[in-house]
Design a protein around this ligand. Sequence first.
Ligand code: COA
Length: 174
Amino acid sequence: MSDVAIRRVEQGDLSALLAIYNYYVRETPVSFDIAPRTLEQRQAWFDSFAQTGRYQCFVAVKDGEAVGWASSHRYHERAAYDTTIASSIYLSPEVCGLGLGRRLYATLFDALRHEDIHRVFGGISLPNEASVGLHLAFGFELVGTYREVGRKFGRFWDVATYMRPMAPGGGPKP
Ligand SMILES: CC(C)(COP(=O)(O)OP(=O)(O)OC[C@H]1O[C@@H](n2cnc3c(N)ncnc32)[C@H](O)[C@@H]1OP(=O)(O)O)[C@@H](O)C(=O)NCCC(=O)NCCS
């Protein structure tokens, strides 16, 4: 998809990104939110990102509209967890499987490589072959699977936890 640009998230992307997120909330178990998010709730999410530091967000832009994002977040509020982040990635359904997930994660991890980060966590509700495949391709390893920890659409779902090392001083370990 050479007609798609990757850049940092901007305020003007927020409603397009919210629509993508709420699609997965309404239609799939990918997100464990059950009620769609509002623009005000999503503003706090947007405000957590900066141009440097541990928490950053990049978007894929097609025909002037954001069609997906990859972002990094606080993993846990307690301070000793500061060097661990969580990553998140969502694409609009019509652009899945075209290499954009790979481009977004490559951009995000490149931007984070000199930050003080030691571990990256990813939680994936199962089944999600594309997300598992992408995370394995980016050096995440399976830590374990929590059985039936989420209930949505009248059934329980498993969540697999993946972890990716970052080298001391930045950069993924070889
Ligand atoms: C998961 C997601 C971000 C992956 O992005 P993508 O653009 O579809 O993936 P890419 O085309 O960049 O593929 C990158 C790698 O992921 C893996 N992958 C992608 N789709 C796959 C599939 N259907 N089955 C298995 N592996 C797959 C492959 O390893 C692939 O590398 P390759 O092309 O060299 O084989 C995207 O499909 C998506 O947004 N899905 C819906 C939302 C979601 O599940 N988000 C993650 C929540 S944990």
